[in-house]
Design a protein around this ligand. Structure first.
Ligand code: CA
Length: 231
């Protein structure tokens, strides 16, 4: 059986690391997002079993994340974290679709029990996980789970390395990624891999997905720094 995959949206690093540690101890797989933007990106890419959502985030608020997540998946369990005394937030969170809440600071055992209960209930009406969403950019649509892509009319079967590279590009869209980071993501930093290998893969991705591979708009070279994916 697959381990439940939890998305933890929390901007305070010390709270996040404590919760990640304890959730992993309980056997859950955890993905952490430190901002609302990162949370939305993750929700787009993966199917989560449950979301733990801090409402007080810089930038896109937890309320907005909740609203969008709920629209995307009406059955996704959402546990929100609120600050003591912020009744207004809590009520708004429940109105936009959170299932339950905890007020900070909370008891860790209660936190874990709450999650267990929510996952158990969601199992009752979630017969099996739905498939990963297609990621779309330009004329392309990519399904990382199925390792397939459609570039215009052309059907492409993706290799393991291509899937890993695309995953990090999509997850960190618009960020400049160094060759070292990309090598680590796709080849687990095997010492034999040369940066030239990575460059060849990027050339390949451009051939698949760029309208004009010699003038790339999606897989951009940032001179002296690495690559950047732009949707
Ligand atoms: Ca916060």
């Amino acid at each position: 059986m697959n381990r439940p995959h939890i998305l933890l949206v929390e901007d305070e690093p010390h709270i996040a690391s404590g919760l990640i540690y304890n959730l992993e101890e309980e056997g859950y797989q955890v993905t952490h997002a430190g901002t609302g933007e990162a949370a939305l990106q993750q929700l787009w890419l993966e199917n989560f079993s449950l979301v733990v959502l801090d409402l007080m985030l810089p930038g896109i608020s937890g309320i907005e994340v909740c609203q969008i997540a709920r629209k995307q998946d009406p059955k996704l369990p959402i546990l929100m974290l609120t600050a003591r005394g912020e009744d207004k937030d809590r009520i708004e969170g429940l109105e936009v679709g959170a299932d339950d809440y905890l007020t900070k600071p909370f008891n860790l055992d209660e936190f874990l029990l709450r999650i267990k209960g929510m996952l158990r209930r969601s199992d009752w009406y979630r017969p099996r996980p739905s498939r990963e969403r297609d990621y779309r950019f330009g004329r392309n649509s990519v399904n990382l789970q199925e390792r397939t892509a459609l570039a215009g009319d052309r059907q492409i079967e993706l290799t393991d390395i291509e899937v890993k590279l695309l995953r990090i590009f999509f997850q960190r869209e618009a960020e400049i990624l160094s060759r070292t980071e990309l090598l680590a993501a796709a080849w687990d930093l095997s010492p034999d891999t040369e940066t030239r290998t990575l460059d060849n893969f990027v050339v390949r991705l451009r051939k698949y997905f760029e309208p004009n591979p010699s003038a790339p708009v999606h897989f951009q070279t940032i001179r002296g720094r690495g690559y950047r994916f732009m949707r």
